[in-house]
Design a protein around this ligand. Structure first.
Ligand code: SF4
Length: 360
């Protein structure tokens, strides 16, 4: 994960901004947070190292933008077209754009946005019912490849079930407010959101408790360094079982500079000619079962050779080479055995890639 702040500074916009951490942090240095100005990171995704490689690579995904401002703030209108151009130039990076200014998104989208850029996730934050009902009806209608909601700081019970039911939202995150003299977050509100997500089969993540946390009518004051671990300990995150559509994932992989370098070579094609695709498929299942499926893999990250079998090449091209890559690209949890459904899904991905390459 990387943070890219092309500009710094923001104007308070709604009740969620009252204890904004940007203002809090800037005030320690006597800085006026309401002045919005470009930063030296403005073109960070295009910056290169001495050897000519980009400083930020897909290993740094996702790229969170404007964490000390708001991407759609009016003060940045004149700079935003340059930012869209930078985003277009790095299709292998996954940009996450979090905003409270949902009502401004449409007018700020680039002309070639279409149904949304493949590498951009739009995220609406809302802190209470009033803001959810203002922003989300607009948000669900916006074109975007992926849309998420963050309820942080969560200031009240919020019913977003009607918006979730549209199928437009893929992920919901919530959390309390950090800092001193902050507003409380009630665990009941968190659990209620979780139920709404489960009903609509949407991923749910309880990120942090905030400083003042109410559980079973008791008030807890939680130190900053424990707020995330305490949320984690609640063990209430929910992950859908849905795996990405194969055509979508192959399309995404083809845009990755690293993954798209892998191609079948003449030796691989001869091997397929000699053995036939049915045998290759059998080998593929064997490789997945023996090298990827177990709960504990001692050489995880090194179990897939770079050559020697068409399936190995397909595994690197399709990010099915180790459990970390499976987790990153497919959301398949590490440290637990692969299910039969996951095994056959991975085999389908690999065999589709092999067939496409073979038939070229
Ligand atoms: S929109 Fe975000 S960055 Fe801007 S003032 Fe509100 S909380 Fe702070």
């Amino acid at each position: 994960m990387t943070i890219w702040n092309p500009w710094h500074g923001c104007k308070k916009y709604s009740s969620g901004c009252i204890n904004c951490y940007v203002y809090r942090r800037d005030s320690e240095f006597g800085k006026d947070s309401s002045i919005v100005s470009k930063t030296t990171q403005f073109d960070l995704p295009l910056k290169k190292k001495r050897d000519g490689e980009y400083r930020i690579t897909e290993n740094d995904n996702p790229i969170y933008t404007c964490m000390t401002s708001d991407f759609f703030i009016d003060e940045a209108d004149e700079w935003r077209s340059e930012i869209w151009s930078i985003i277009r130039q790095r299709p292998e990076l996954q940009f996450k754009i979090i905003t409270k200014r949902v009502l401004r998104i449409e007018q700020c989208l680039p002309n070639d946005w279409g149904k949304g850029y493949e590498n951009v996730t739009l995220i609406s934050t809302c802190e209470n019912q009033e803001e959810a009902d203002k922003r989300l009806p607009v948000f669900i209608k916006l074109p975007a490849v992926r849309k998420e909601i963050i309820l942080e700081p969560l200031l009240s019970k919020v019913d977003i079930s009607a918006y979730l039911a549209t199928g437009e939202i893929s992920y919901v995150t919530c959390g309390g407010e950090s800092g001193e003299n902050v507003r409380p977050c009630n665990f009941d509100w968190v659990l209620d959101l979780r139920e709404q997500c489960i009903k609509s089969n949407i991923n749910f993540y309880f990120k942090q408790t905030g400083t003042t946390f109410i559980k079973d009518k008791k008030i807890y004051h939680i130190d900053r360094k424990f707020q995330m671990t305490q949320a984690d300990k609640a063990g209430i995150n929910f992950t859908t079982n849905s795996l990405p559509e194969i055509k979508d994932i192959l399309n995404r992989l083809s845009k990755s500079e690293f993954r798209s370098r892998f191609k079948l070579k003449n030796d691989d094609v001869h091997y397929i000619n000699e053995k036939g695709l049915d045998t290759i498929e059998r080998h593929t299942y064997d490789f997945i079962r023996n090298r990827l499926a177990p709960e504990i893999i001692l050489n995880d990250g090194k179990q897939t050779p770079m050559k020697g079998h068409p399936t190995f090449i397909a595994q690197h091209a399709c990010a099915c080479c180790c459990r970390s890559c499976l987790n990153k690209w497919y959301g398949i949890e590490k440290n637990k055995p692969l299910s039969e459904k996951e095994i056959s899904y991975i085999a389908d991905v690999l065999m589709q890639w092999i067939r496409l390459q073979y038939e070229k």
